[in-house]
Design a protein around this ligand. Structure first.
Ligand code: ZN
Length: 293
């Protein structure tokens, strides 16, 4: 054990070192390998978008293909500050699921990206972490209420029904609902998102959520006529979860609004703070802004 005197000698040196060195990058683990989306295309984009900030170092854990032996899939979650889920597939081995629950409960960060909220319909704790999910036979009766933005606040609505739907991919406006949150601070209140799926009728435990952004789901495009949650955070134990429903494909991921909220959401999930600035080419209320990279 370190004695008190040597501890006091060592302390100023540690402080000095912390000030002199650039901050170590945030270690992120992307999980993919099974998804009804093109994870082979989107994972490299996610990795590049995060690493381009200079604030992240990203590894990828690819699960074996569907219906093969997945028993050896055991990523070392604890080596990472954030686990980004680009995964919509079969259940992980029980030990891996338990390790993930422990990781988040003890303060690990999570980013739930697009169809990750379709995954694991029967894994109760996962659905508590994502707060809302859809498809995979989810119903409000079995899985929890819908969550809507009505009269200036997030409400749950326990109407009976199936969960998870979207219309044709079109550009749509995203409205920020919590301008003082670190992820949303400085963003325009309304911005036009590039052509994407607008998820509606998501349902789930819907607890410990902080709503950041909604979009109006157009009844003329098979929507609900409601303001549906698009971006939100969830607290789970000591862990922070950033949930983005956006980013169906690489085209939607070119949106500077998607890019900025992903980067800031990941940094917030890791640290609880955001230092990544709002870029000058951020979309406006009526104009999409994309980057071709
Ligand atoms: Zn999709």
């Amino acid at each position: 054990m370190l004695g008190m005197t040597s501890l006091m000698r060592a302390l100023p040196l540690a402080v000095l070192a912390a000030c002199a060195l650039p901050a170590a990058p945030i270690k992120v683990l992307i999980i993919d390998g099974q998804n009804n989306h093109r994870w082979q295309e989107t994972t490299p984009v996610l990795k590049r978008l995060l690493e381009s900030t200079g604030k992240f170092q990203v590894d990828v854990a690819t699960a074996p293909p569907k219906n093969s032996d997945i028993s050896g899939f055991q990523p070392e979650f604890r080596n990472y500050k954030v686990v980004l889920l680009n995964y919509n597939g079969q259940d992980w081995p029980p030990a891996t699921m338990a390790a993930f629950e422990k990781y988040v409960r003890e303060g690990g960060g999570v980013v739930s990206y697009h169809a990750a909220d379709n995954s694991f319909p029967n894994w109760k704790e996962y659905n508590r972490m994502t707060a809302l999910g859809g498809w995979e036979a989810r119903t409000t009766g079995k899985d929890g209420p819908y969550a809507r933005f009505r009269d200036g606040k997030l409400v749950t609505v326990a109407d009976p029904g199936r969960c998870g739907n979207h219309g044709a991919r079109l550009p749509f406006q995203v409205t920020m609902r919590n301008p003082s949150h670190p992820i949303s601070k400085g963003l325009p209140q309304v911005w036009m998102h590039e052509k994407d799926e607008l998820y509606d009728r998501l349902c789930g435990p819907a607890q410990n959520m902080t709503l950041l952004a909604t979009a109006h789901s157009d009844p003329n495009n098979r929507g609900t006529g409601e303001h549906e949650p698009m971006l939100f955070t969830v607290s789970y134990g000591k862990g922070r979860v950033f949930h983005t429903t956006l980013g169906h494909d690489v085209e939607a991921m070119r949106c500077v609004g998607f890019i900025t909220t992903l980067q800031r959401g990941a940094q917030w999930a890791a640290t609880g703070k955001v230092t990544i600035p709002v870029p000058k080419d951020f979309p406006t209320a009526d104009k999409v802004s994309t980057r071709s990279e």
